[in-house]
Design a protein around this ligand. Structure first.
Ligand SMILES: NC(=[NH2+])NCCC[C@H](N)C(=O)O
Length: 396
């Protein structure tokens, strides 16, 4: 089955989400910073919020695939299972004796429990007794397999451009192992076996939250905390080699947590309109990279909106004027007010708490499906972060 995504706003047909699970129960005040959460979510409520998100999408005719289910199904392929286990055993913190104990533990698990261990991690105390220096010197609460609470944000660990999938190269150590799971799914799951790979983990950093498909043939890539200039360059070269776009815009964003990805400050809500953090709308710039034979041509920087409109061959890329005072704008940006997921042109999912941004969107003729995200948002991600579109209709 061929999959296809060439815009942010074409009618959404299939999306991959991750229903938060036991990996969130690993978060404590001691590890939440390094695991990239700003608080300790109430897991049951986060699941309810997430179920409502998925239901809102299904209600609009979107097929929802869950990463956890795809992973479990993938692990029924013997090669996939072996490669998943080999991957966690390669962790150099284990040492030979403990590696043997973890191997025996994982070998005893069925597909579903193995998927859970790969996602939620494994604490020392969950192992039956063992021997060896690493085993004996670890605290019972130490992880022998680290949990992956940020799997929730499926946007970042893979991104579809045209009919190809980029399995990304995640910047933060707490997230790197996520792509061994998405990589496995795309390699072995029957639904994806014929898919061409656009990018792989281990290359220069690129995260999906930085990739915005402005229009067929035009891709914007945020460059900041998560995607490096070298990552954007490599991605652009591969996009051109695959004839997936003619222009890539590299967009510098502040290297801060509040703006970790381009989609924290700008998402598309119509074929020619974005919602954007007002405090940066006038200052955002872009370098234009175009396909020019062997070496791509780079020009700029120039104002983002002008560069984008030109590449998209439209007169203007409209910015929905949220008209917010800078303090409200900053508060709603932090709570992912600009991080909308378009289900189709002029129809998007947004967190209900961003009352003012949503009101302005509606005044501008954008229908907003408001979902609650008080717990989901504690990891700093909104509807767009929590979704990986796999199929969209053409945008026009
Ligand atoms: N596309 C996004 N904006 N993703 C948000 C990811 C949030 C996650 N806690 C992180 O820090 O990586």
């Amino acid at each position: 089955m061929a999959h296809h995504v060439d815009s942010e706003v074409g009618r959404l047909r299939t999306v991959m989400l991750h229903r938060p699970g036991p990996e969130l129960k690993r978060l404590t005040p001691r590890n939440n910073d390094s695991l990239l959460f700003d608080g300790i979510p109430w897991v049951g409520r986060a699941q309810e919020e997430h179920d409502a998100f998925a239901e809102a999408l299904r209600g609009r005719g979107v097929e929802v695939l869950y990463l956890g289910d795809l992973l479990t199904e993938t692990l029924s392929v013997p090669d996939a299972r072996e490669s998943a286990i080999a991957d966690v055993l390669a962790d150099e913190r284990l040492g030979q004796a403990l590696r043997g104990i973890v191997r025996a533990h994982l070998d005893g698990l069925d597909g579903q429990d193995l998927a859970t261990a790969l996602m939620a991690g494994l604490a020392h105390e969950e192992l039956r007794t063992g021997t060896g220096l690493a085993y004996m010197m670890m605290d019972r609460h130490d992880f022998v397999i680290d949990p992956l609470p940020n799997l929730l944000f499926t946007r970042d660990s893979s991104v579809w451009i045209g009919e190809q999938v980029a399995v990304t190269s995640l910047a933060m150590p707490a997230r790197r192992r996520e792509t061994s799971l998405t990589g496995l799914i795309y390699r072995h799951h029957p639904r994806f076996t014929a898919t061409t790979r656009l990018y792989e983990p281990g290359l220069e950093s690129v995260e999906g939250g930085d990739v915005l498909l402005l229009a067929p043939g035009v891709v914007a890539v945020g460059v900041g905390e998560r995607t490096t200039p070298a990552g954007a360059e490599r991605l652009a070269r591969r996009i051109f080699a695959g004839k997936l776009a003619h222009t890539v815009l590299a967009v510098p964003i502040a290297q801060e947590r509040a703006t970790m990805h381009l989609d924290t400050v700008c998402t598309m809500v119509d074929v020619d309109a974005v919602v954007m953090y007002p405090n940066i709308a006038d200052t955002l710039v872009a370098y234009t990279i175009t396909d020019d034979g062997e070496d791509p041509r780079v020009t700029g920087p120039r104002p983002f909106l002008a560069a984008a409109a030109e590449a998209m061959k439209i007169d203007v890329l409209r910015v929905i004027d949220t008209g917010l005072d800078p303090v409200t704008a900053e508060r709603e940006q932090w709570d992912d007010g600009n991080n909308t997921l378009a289900v189709g042109p002029r129809l998007c999912v947004a967190y209900e708490r961003n009352v003012e941004t949503n009101e302005r969107l509606m005044e501008a003729g954008i229908e907003v499906i408001a979902i609650s995200g008080s717990e989901l948002g504690s990891g700093r991600g909104g509807p767009r972060c929590m979704s990986c579109p796999i199929d969209r209709d053409g945008a026009d």
